[in-house]
Design a protein around this ligand. Structure first.
Ligand SMILES: Cc1cc2nc3c(=O)[nH]c(=O)nc-3n(C[C@H](O)[C@H](O)[C@H](O)COP(=O)(O)OP(=O)(O)OC[C@H]3O[C@@H](n4cnc5c(N)ncnc54)[C@H](O)[C@@H]3O)c2cc1C
Length: 460
C-alpha cells in the first residue's frame, strides 16, 4: 500500500476535500501543513489571520488525532519541504489548487504533485467565452459560470488509514508564535470560532437568516450577512458545502443574491489567475501615474478610525477590534482613503491584509482595484462615495453608536455628520477636536481635488 501525502494549505478541513479523498482512496495517508513565509513573492500572512490560523490548526490537528492520525507541522519554504518529506515517506503528494502566485510557485517547487480542484466553484480556466477566451468582466463571466452550476454536492470525510509517521519530526505549534502576546490585542476576536466545526455552526446560523439576505446585506447595523469569510479564506468549509446549504435552505431563487457573492469570490480567483500581480499592479495603465499623496499622518488617522467621518471611523475601528468589517463599509472606507485622502490604494490594501481575519489575496486586491477604478472590472474613478450620504442611506446610526461611542448620544439624523449637528452636539456634550476629531478633509473640496487629479492623469 503506497503512502499518500495530503498537503493542506488554506483548505483546513477534512470534509469535501478532494485532495484528502484522493489520498485516502489510494493508500495510507500522511497529513502536512507548512507555514510558508519564505517562497519568494509570498505575501506573509497578516497578524490577525495568524491568530485565526493558530486556532484553525489546533482544530484540524484535533480532528485528525481523533481519527488516529497526526498533522505534521513544518515551517519554511513549502516546495522543498514537501519534496523532501515526500521522498522520505516515498509518498505521492496531493493538494488542492490555489491561485495566489506564490501558491503556484510552491507547487512548481514541490516536485510531482497531483493538484485537485476544490477551492473554487469551478476551475477558473474552464469558464470560457464562445471563442475560448477568458473573461475579465463579472456579469458575462457569472452567466457563463452558472452553466456549470450547481457545483457537485459536497462529499463527507473519507475513511482514513494513516501512514506510520511516528519517526517524522513535526514542529510544536506554539513555537510558531502565531498568537499576539505583548500586547495581546486579540480580545475582540472572542466571538469567532475558528475551525471546521465553527464554520459549520456559522453556516447553519446563516441558513436561518438567509431568506432576508438581500434586504439586509447593505445595512451595517444589522447582522445581515453570513460572516463566513474568515472560514472560507482558510478553507475550513468548502465552497460547494456553502452553496448547497443555502440553496437548500431557502431555494436557489431566493439564495441567488448570496450565491452571486460566492461568485465574486470565484471571480477574484479568475482575475489573479490571469493577473498574478493584481495585488500590486493596477490593471489600467493610467493609474500607474496617479499622483497619490505622501501623507503618513492622514494614513494613521484612517487606520485608527480618527478621520472625523463617523461611518469611516466606525468601520476602521470594527476592523481593528474584531478583524472583520461589513462589506458596504469596506467600500466606503476604501473609497475615502483613495479618493478623499488621495492615499495609494496599496497602503490600504496592506492594512486590510494585516488586520482582516478573512484576508484573501484575490478578494482584497479585487476590492481595492474595484474601488480605485484601476481594475479590469471596477467602479469608474469619478464615482466617489459620499461618506455622509452613504451612512444615512444605509441607516448606519446604530453601527456608529456601537463603534464610535463618543457620538452615541447624538440623534440619528445628526450622527452621520457631527460637524453639522449644531445644538444636538452641545446637548450630547461632544466638542469636536476634543472628544471626537473634526473632519480631516472637507468632502466637497476633497471630491473636487480627486476629480482634478484624475483629469490630469487622463490628459497626460
Ligand atoms: C476594499 C475591499 C477589500 C476586501 N477584502 C476582502 C478580503 O481580503 N477577503 C475577503 O474574503 N473579502 C474581501 N472583500 C469582500 C467582502 O467585503 C467580504 O468578502 C465580505 O464582507 C465578507 O463578509 P461575509 O462573509 O458576511 O459576506 P457574505 O455577504 O455573507 O458573502 C458570502 C461570501 O462571499 C464572498 N464575498 C462576498 N462579497 C464578496 C466580494 N465583494 N468579493 C469577493 N468575495 C465576496 C466571501 O467569501 C463571503 O464570505 C473586500 C471588499 C472590499 C471592498
Amino acid at each position: 500500500m503506497t503512502t499518500q501525502l495530503a498537503w493542506f494549505r488554506n483548505d483546513l478541513r477534512l470534509a469535501d476535500h478532494a485532495a484528502l479523498i484522493a489520498a485516502a482512496d489510494r493508500g495510507t495517508v500522511a497529513a502536512l501543513f507548512v507555514l510558508d513565509d519564505e517562497t519568494p513573492g509570498a505575501w506573509k500572512m497578516g497578524a490577525a489571520q495568524r491568530w485565526w490560523l493558530h486556532h484553525s490548526l489546533v482544530s484540524l490537528s484535533r480532528s485528525i488525532a481523533e481519527r488516529g492520525g497526526r498533522l505534521i507541522l513544518r515551517r519554511g519554504r513549502a516546495g522543498p519541504i514537501v519534496k523532501a518529506l515526500a521522498a522520505e515517506l516515498r509518498a505521492e503528494v496531493h493538494t488542492l489548487v490555489h491561485h495566489e502566485p506564490w501558491a503556484v510557485a510552491q507547487e512548481d517547487e514541490a516536485g510531482t504533485v497531483t493538484r485537485h480542484h476544490g477551492t473554487t466553484l469551478a476551475p477558473p480556466a474552464t469558464v470560457l467565452s464562445g471563442t475560448g477566451g477568458r473573461y475579465r468582466i463579472f456579469t458575462p463571466w457569472w452567466r457563463k459560470l452558472l452553466e456549470q452550476m450547481p457545483p457537485p454536492r459536497p462529499r463527507p470525510v473519507p475513511d482514513l488509514r494513516w501512514a506510520d509517521v511516528g519517526a517524522i519530526s513535526s514542529d510544536d505549534l506554539a513555537s510558531w508564535a502565531l498568537l499576539p502576546t505583548k500586547p495581546d490585542w486579540s480580545g475582540g476576536f472572542r466571538d469567532w470560532q475558528p475551525g471546521e466545526a465553527g464554520a459549520a455552526a456559522r453556516l447553519a446560523d446563516f441558513a436561518r437568516r438567509a431568506a432576508r439576505y438581500d434586504e439586509a446585506r447593505n445595512l451595517p447595523s444589522v447582522e445581515g450577512t453570513s460572516r463566513l469569510s474568515p472560514h472560507l479564506a482558510l478553507g475550513e468549509i468548502s465552497i460547494n458545502t456553502a452553496w448547497h446549504a443555502i440553496a437548500d435552505a431557502v431555494g436557489e431563487r431566493v439564495a441567488e443574491p448570496w450565491l452571486r457573492e460566492l461568485g465574486w469570490r470565484d471571480f477574484s480567483a479568475n482575475i489573479i489567475d490571469q493577473f498574478p500581480d493584481h495585488g500590486d499592479a493596477p490593471n489600467r495603465e493610467a493609474f500607474a501615474r496617479f499622483p497619490f499623496l505622501d501623507d503618513p499622518a492622514g494614513y494613521q488617522a484612517w487606520c485608527k478610525g480618527q478621520t472625523g467621518y463617523p461611518i469611516v471611523d466606525a468601520g476602521m475601528r470594527q476592523l481593528w477590534e474584531t478583524g472583520w468589517m461589513h462589506n458596504r463599509v469596506r467600500m466606503i472606507t476604501a473609497s475615502f482613503l483613495v479618493k478623499h485622502q488621495l492615499i495609494d490604494w496599496r497602503l490600504g490594501e496592506r492594512w486590510f491584509w494585516d488586520t482582516l481575519l478573512d484576508a484573501d489575496y484575490g478578494n482584497n486586491a479585487q476590492g481595492w482595484q474595484w474601488v480605485m477604478g484601476s481594475g479590469v472590472d471596477s467602479s469608474p474613478f469619478n464615482r466617489i462615495f459620499a461618506p455622509v450620504g452613504q451612512s444615512a442611506k444605509f441607516a448606519a446610526a446604530g453601527y456608529i453608536r456601537r463603534w464610535v461611542p463618543e457620538l452615541a448620544k447624538l440623534p440619528d439624523d445628526a450622527i452621520h455628520a457631527p460637524w453639522e449637528a449644531g445644538v444636538a452636539l452641545i446637548r450630547a456634550g461632544v466638542k469636536l477636536g476634543r472628544d471626537y476629531p473634526a473632519p480631516i478633509v472637507n468632502h466637497e473640496a476633497a471630491r473636487a481635488r480627486a476629480l482634478q487629479a484624475w483629469a490630469a492623469v487622463k490628459a497626460a
